[in-house]
Design a protein around this ligand. Structure first.
Ligand code: 3PY
Ligand code: MG
Length: 261
């Protein structure tokens, strides 16, 4: 099976870049993946993307060196299994607030006896190779998103679930549950929670990821010790690029408060 390079990249360089796609287009997926990101995530939770579109985007990403990842709409095992069959090499599951959800996510990602993923790897066989079944349980990465006060309270039991490879923090949702505003850098309790989650996960040798508003924030998160960083999503980058060009015409400054969206 084609190796999942993401873990090795992080071992070699201590961090990896992860693009985030919300625009339902195989062309823009291909374009972003050609930029040199280590991984590219197709976001079905908040992106305007359905399964058929995700399939063509995963095909586009796999024409490059970037590792194809997905964020499913939820922890629904049916959708997770289908996205893996479509060739995703990792799942970043949103809103994993307790250990039961974490166990369900791991179960959907692993063939028995480790889990209850149903057999029918389809495009996994094409991208991964004919021995996909024998190695998929080890190569497919399972990230759980920690993005609420409840998840932070349940962190210890979530991180103890066997089969989790890493966590990814959603700072916008996390902030909301601490009474903050999405779109601005988390402060106070929410900022403390981010560092707490990172250090607890790192202490268990789990990979640590976080969504960021932009590249400058992603650089700060790397300096803080995060290993997988996302410098905003495609739509935000496109919008900011357009606003920047218009601001040159108007001679005004651009202000962006969208939190990477
Ligand atoms: C969040 O910040 O809540 C996210 O889920 C980022 O995508
Ligand atoms: Mg979120």
């Amino acid at each position: 099976m084609r190796a999942n390079k993401l873990r090795q990249v992080i071992k070699d360089r201590n961090h990896a870049s992860n693009a985030w796609l919300s625009v339902p287009s195989s062309y823009s997926a291909e374009l972003v993946a050609h930029c040199g990101f280590d991984a590219v995530t197709v976001d079905l939770q908040h992106g305007m993307i359905d399964f058929g579109q995700a399939l063509t985007m995963l095909q586009a990403i796999s024409s490059t060196q970037a590792v194809p990842l997905v964020r499913p709409e939820s922890s629904d095992p049916v959708q997770i299994m289908r996205l893996l069959d479509a060739g995703a090499y990792g799942v970043i599951c949103p809103q994993v607030d307790d250990a039961a959800i974490a166990r369900a996510v791991v179960g959907a990602c692993k063939y028995p006896p480790a889990g209850d993923r149903s057999f029918g790897p389809s495009r996994g066989l094409l991208y991964g190779g004919p021995d996909y079944f024998s190695h998929a349980n080890n190569e497919v990465l399972v990230f759980v998103m920690i993005e609420s006060k409840k998840a932070v309270r349940n962190l210890d039991s979530i991180l103890a679930v066997p089969g989790i490879d890493g966590i990814l923090i959603g700072p916008n949702d996390l902030s909301l549950t601490y009474g903050g505003t999405p779109g601005s850098e988390p402060e106070g309790e929410a900022a403390d929670a981010i560092e707490f989650v990172r250090s607890q996960a790192a202490g268990r040798q789990l990979l640590t990821g976080i969504f960021c508003a932009d590249g400058a924030m992603a650089r700060r998160r790397i300096d803080q010790g995060f290993q997988l960083v996302t410098p905003g999503n495609d739509a935000a980058i496109l919008k900011n690029g357009c606003l920047q060009q218009l601001s040159h015409l108007a001679g005004t400054a651009v202000s962006n408060q969208s939190g990477g969206y």
